[in-house]
Design a protein around this ligand. Structure first.
Ligand SMILES: C[S@@+](CC[C@H](N)C(=O)[O-])C[C@H]1O[C@@H](n2cnc3c(N)ncnc32)[C@H](O)[C@@H]1O
Length: 368
């Protein structure tokens, strides 16, 4: 009995693990293979990993042949990079970029541990909006992939502040070594600009209520953690009428009404975090520049695929592909957005909102 208690104390300090590293056994795949398989079977992503989305569709579109040269603009956990490297079959060259120095270093170590050397694969810590500078050095690519947004490792790590689900500093920078954190941004932005940002970047229906509450409350308590921001969103929504769909489901039951309000706060929180992330990382500006520079980064006949996760991103990608197609720069583009299969969405809950678009550069075109 005593021995059992003693063993418990070693495994769990207190009823709940206090640190991210303790909570997630999945962070040590070598020790906890079974737990990881269990998490995957439930359609969830094990902590510290990212499951690549629409790999088969992307490989079909990019039609990579051994000997070609490519650029993966968003390395992340390296799932797509590894799938593309397999297609190269040891011949050709792939460069993978990412702005995040923290996760890139870990991914690089994992890829090098597979015995893949710099002659075949290189990492660049860079923003993909600088693709033109890269191409000046390397020459144009036969294939380019961009899988936008954030990786599961970034979202799941409370130290990065990407999610309200566990408390941590309100940072949200893809590269914490530069720029301002979300906490710093929230300390100085004025109310109208904040409301505008929430509407423009995430279609937040309660943008003004949330902006007003944040600006009023920050005088007394600067917003420095993810939990504080979540609490302010909940406070801002306390007085609002439940939208019809949630109210209808809740009916007259007080318990169901409370659950419906929780759901409302959860949805708004997800949107507010998304809007802030887009703002402080200047994601729309980066994507716009990337899409503008992409034609010159592709060799004649070169293929590009872009995965997006919300309507703001998809709009920029769609418009750029269509505009260059009309000019004859691309000889073909996706007429319809490509979506993940139902099976993929079931096995990876993070695939639901994914949209894939592609373009092929005209064979006769060197530059735009
Ligand atoms: C969805 S994840 C990519 C996952 C990856 N395809 C995989 O298989 O693991 C998106 C990645 O893009 C990076 N990223 C986002 N915006 C970027 C930008 N403007 N330039 C470079 N990397 C960016 C993020 O840091 C993140 O690692």
């Amino acid at each position: 009995m005593d021995e059992q208690k003693h063993r418990r104390r070693i495994h769990y300090r207190g009823k709940y693990p206090r640190r991210f590293e303790e909570k997630y056994k999945e962070l040590h795949p070598e020790k906890y293979g079974e737990e990881i398989a269990h998490v995957l079977a439930k359609g969830n992503t094990p902590a510290g990993m990212h499951i690549p989305i629409m790999v088969r569709e992307i490989l079909d579109i990019l039609a990579i042949r051994p000997g070609e040269r490519g650029f993966d603009a968003t390395l992340g956990y390296g799932g797509h990079t590894c799938a593309m490297l397999e297609k190269l079959a040891g011949k050709g060259h792939l460069i993978s970029g990412d702005v995040d120095p923290i996760e890139s270093a870990k991914t690089e170590a994992r890829i090098r541990a597979k015995g893949i050397g710099p002659d075949l694969w290189e990492l660049r810590q860079m923003n993909f909006c600088q693709i033109d500078e890269l191409v000046r050095e390397t020459g144009p690519f036969d294939f380019v992939l961009a899988d936008l947004g954030v990786s599961s490792m970034q979202i799941d790590n409370p130290e990065r502040g990407f999610s309200y689900k566990s408390d941590g500093p309100l940072d949200l920078r893809l590269n914490p070594e530069t720029g301002v954190s979300a906490a710093e941004r929230l300390a100085e932005i004025d109310m109208d600009e904040l409301a505008g940002m929430l509407t423009e970047n995430a279609d937040e229906p309660y943008a003004m209520e949330i902006a007003r509450t944040i600006v009023r409350e920050r005088r007394r308590h600067p917003v420095q953690t993810t939990a504080q921001l979540h609490e302010l969103i909940a406070r801002a929504l306390r007085g609002v009428r439940l939208p019809d769909d949630l109210a209808g489901r809740a009916g007259g039951s007080a318990k169901k009404q409370a659950l419906a309000r929780e759901e409302l706060v959860k949805k708004s929180s997800a949107r507010v975090f998304q809007a802030l992330r887009i703002d402080i990382n200047q994601e729309y500006e980066a994507l716009y520049a990337f899409m503008e520079k992409l034609p010159d980064a592709l060799a004649p006949g070169g293929r590009a695929a872009v995965l997006t996760f919300h309507s703001g991103e998809d709009r920029i990608v769609k418009k750029a592909f269509q505009a260059f197609f009309r000019q004859g720069v691309y000889e073909d583009i996706a007429r319809e957005v490509v979506r993940p299969t139902r099976e993929e969405c079931r096995s990876n809950s993070r695939a639901h909102s994914t949209k894939l678009r592609w373009a092929r550069k005209s064979s006769g075109q060197a530059g735009k």
